[in-house]
Design a protein around this ligand. Sequence first.
Ligand code: HEM
Length: 401
Amino acid sequence: MLDLTDAAFVEDPYPAFAAARDRAPVQWDDGLGMWLAYGHAEANAVLRTRALGRIWTDRAPAERFGQFNLIHRNAILEMEPPDHTRLRRLISAAFARGHVERLRPWVEELAGSLVDGMVERSVAGEPVDLFTGMAEQLPVEVIAELLGVPQADRPLLRPWSNAIVKMYEYGRTTETEDAAEVAAAEFVAYLRDLAAQRRTAPGEDLLTHLVTARDADGDRLTEDELVTTCVLLLNAGHEATVNVTGNGLLALLQHPDQLARLRADPALLPTAIEELMRFDAPLQLFERTATADVELGGVTVAQGQKIAALLGSGNHDPAVFEAPDTLDVGRTDNPHISFGAGVHFCIGAPLARVELQASFGALLARTSSLELAGEARRRPEFVIRGLAELPLSLEPVATHG
Ligand code: HEM
C-alpha cells in the first residue's frame, strides 16, 4: 500500500516503487481503493487501453463545486472519443510541431533575459530562486502570450491554477477544496469576459482562433467548452513545465558529472531534457475507470473499478531502462511516459520541449557556474511532483577585454 501523503515517500518515492515492481507490476491498493500499475508496460497499457477511460464524475455536492465541475466536465482531458476527438482536432493544430518551432527564437530570448536577470542578482549578492527567477515565469509567459492573455493579467494565472490543481491530490482539506472552487469561479468569469472582448475585437491569438472556430460553426465549440479549453491550456500549459525545470535542475545539481558533461557538449540538450523528464516526472499518477473487464499485468480490472498509471514508477522500470536510477544525459533509448500515451498524449509536448531546451540551454550558456545556495524545498504533494524553492548561486560567463 502507498501512503501518498507520507513525507518520506513524497521526498523520494522511487525505492518504494522499485520494491512494489519486484512484487507485481499491478497491485490492488486498499488505501486508495484502486489498482496501481507500477511496471512500464502496464502503466503504458493503462493509458492506451480504450476500455480504461477517463470518466469524469462531478464532485459533490454540486452547489459547492459548480465552477470546478464545469471546467472539468467540458475538458478534453476528461472526455473520451468521439467528443474527445472533435475537441482535440480543434485545438491541436495550434500546437503542431511546425507552428511551435516558430516560437523558438522568442522563447530562447525570453529564457536568456531571465537567466541574465538571475545572474545579475546573484552577482549583487541577492538571493535567487529558480522558480521566481525563471521556472514559473517562462511557461506562464509563453502560454499566456499564445492564448492572448493581456500582460497586466498574467500574474493572476498561476495562483488560480495552483489552487485548482490542488484538487487532484489525495488527502486534501476542506479549505483547499473551497479555494479551488473560488479560483475556478474567478478564472471562468475572467475568461468569459476575455472571450467576449475577442468576439468584438479579434486578435491574432489562440483565444480568437477558438472563438472564431465556434462562431463559424455553432455546434463545434460551446461557450463552456471554449472557457474550459482555455483554463485547461493555461493550467496544463505551465504546471508540469515549471516542475520539470525545478526537478530537472535539482537532478543536474545533484549529479555534477552530468551537469559538466552537458556544459561541455550542448548538443546533448535534447536527450538531456528527455532524461530529466524520465528521471523525476512532474506528473506521477493518472486514473482511469474500466468500462468493461480488462486483463492487465496478471490481474482483472473489473468493470467500474479504477486503475492508475504510475508514470514515475514506469520510468524507472529496469525491464525497459538500463540502469534506471542512473541519470544519463546522453540516454538515447528513452521511451519515458512523462507525456502520457494513447489518445490523451500531451498536446503541449512540442511546446514544452522548446521551453525546456530554451531554459536549460540559457542556464548553461549564460553562466560559468551554477550551484545550490541553500536547501531545495519540496512541496508536500505527490501527484504534481515538484519543488517550492530552489535557491541558486550563478556566476556569469567570463567576458574578454
Ligand atoms: C513538461 C511539461 C508537460 C508534461 C510532463 C505534460 C504531461 C501530460 C500528460 C501526462 C498528459 C496526459 C494525461 C492523461 O493521460 O491522463 C497531458 C495531457 C495534456 N497536456 Fe500536457 N504536459 C506538459 C506540458 C504541456 C503544455 C506546455 C501544454 C499546453 C499546451 C499541455 C497541454 C496538455 C493538454 C491540453 C492535455 C490533454 C490532452 C488530451 O486529453 O487529449 N501540456 N500532458
